[in-house]
Every structure is written in C-alpha cells, then in structure tokens.
Design a protein around this ligand. Structure first.
Ligand code: SAM
Length: 125
C-alpha cells in the first residue's frame, strides 16, 4: 500500500542535506521508502550525502562488522559508494549523481572542507 492508497500528502520536492551518511541501514531504508511513497509523480529529490565532515575522516574509527564503509568514531558514519546510492535511489530517474568538494564557512574559526555526493532524482510520472 502506498501513499496514494491512504491519502497521505505527496511532495513535489524532497530536500535532504548531509544526513544520509549518519543513518544506519534500517533508517536509510525507511528514508528511501518515504521518498518513494511521498514524492509526487515527476517530483524531485535533492539529497547530499557527506563522505565525512572531513575527507580525512574516511576510514577513521571502529569499522562496523558486516557493513563495508561504516565506522563509529564519535558517531556512526556510513560512507556510500556511487553504486550503492544508485541502487538505493534506483526507483528514481537519476539526473545527477556526483561528488562535489566545497568549503563550509563557520561563524567562528576557519572554514572546513567537505566532500559530498549529490543525488538529484525524479520520480517516474
Ligand atoms: C552534517 S549536519 C547537516 C545539517 C543540515 N541538514 C545541513 O545540511 O546544514 C547533520 C545533522 O543530522 C542530524 N542527525 C544526526 N543523526 C541523525 C539521525 N539519526 N536522524 C536524523 N538526523 C540526524 C544532526 O543533528 C545534524 O543536525
């Protein structure tokens, strides 16, 4: 049963910025299911997925057994590969799936570097 069957609102746009990498597998699956169920036909998902607040964070911390790319340092972090994101959001027509690097300004202190995957996908009509 999908959103249309139970009268739930659908959205033209879903925006999810740099949170996906913090979600454990079950929560990532819940997010994907919500996007699938609640994005209107032709609607757009904009999702960014940080590879870690710092590229140097990659591989730091305790590896999570059975979860390639997942580490716990101070918090859980899952570093997605391109194929994984393409699969997770394979129910959308992917218009963009690339890595971007940028400097994030902070109110205090030096800006810090980020590298994020950017996913733009359109729900089938
Ligand atoms: C890297 S920040 C991104 C914040 C904001 N979305 C942005 O792009 O500027 C990650 C945010 O995810 C939140 N967060 C951490 N774990 C979460 C979880 N399991 N579910 C939802 N949000 C979570 C944190 O509190 C934090 O605000």
């Amino acid at each position: 049963m999908g959103a249309a069957d139970v009268g739930l609102a659908r959205f033209d746009v879903v925006y999810c910025s740099n949170v996906y990498q913090l979600l454990e597998p079950a929560a990532r699956a819940v997010l994907c299911a919500a996007v699938r169920d609640r994005l209107a036909p032709g609607g757009l998902l904009f999702l960014s997925n940080a590879l870690g607040a710092r590229p140097s964070a990659r591989g730091k911390g305790r590896a999570v057994p059975g979860e390639p790319g997942s580490f716990v340092e101070q918090t859980y972090l899952h570093l997605c590969e391109r194929e994984e994101l393409a699969g997770d959001f394979g129910f959308l027509e992917l218009e963009r799936l690339d890595e971007i690097a940028y400097l994030e300004q902070r109110p205090v202190g030096a800006p810090h570097d980020h590298v994020s995957w950017v996913v733009i996908g359109r729900a089938p009509t």
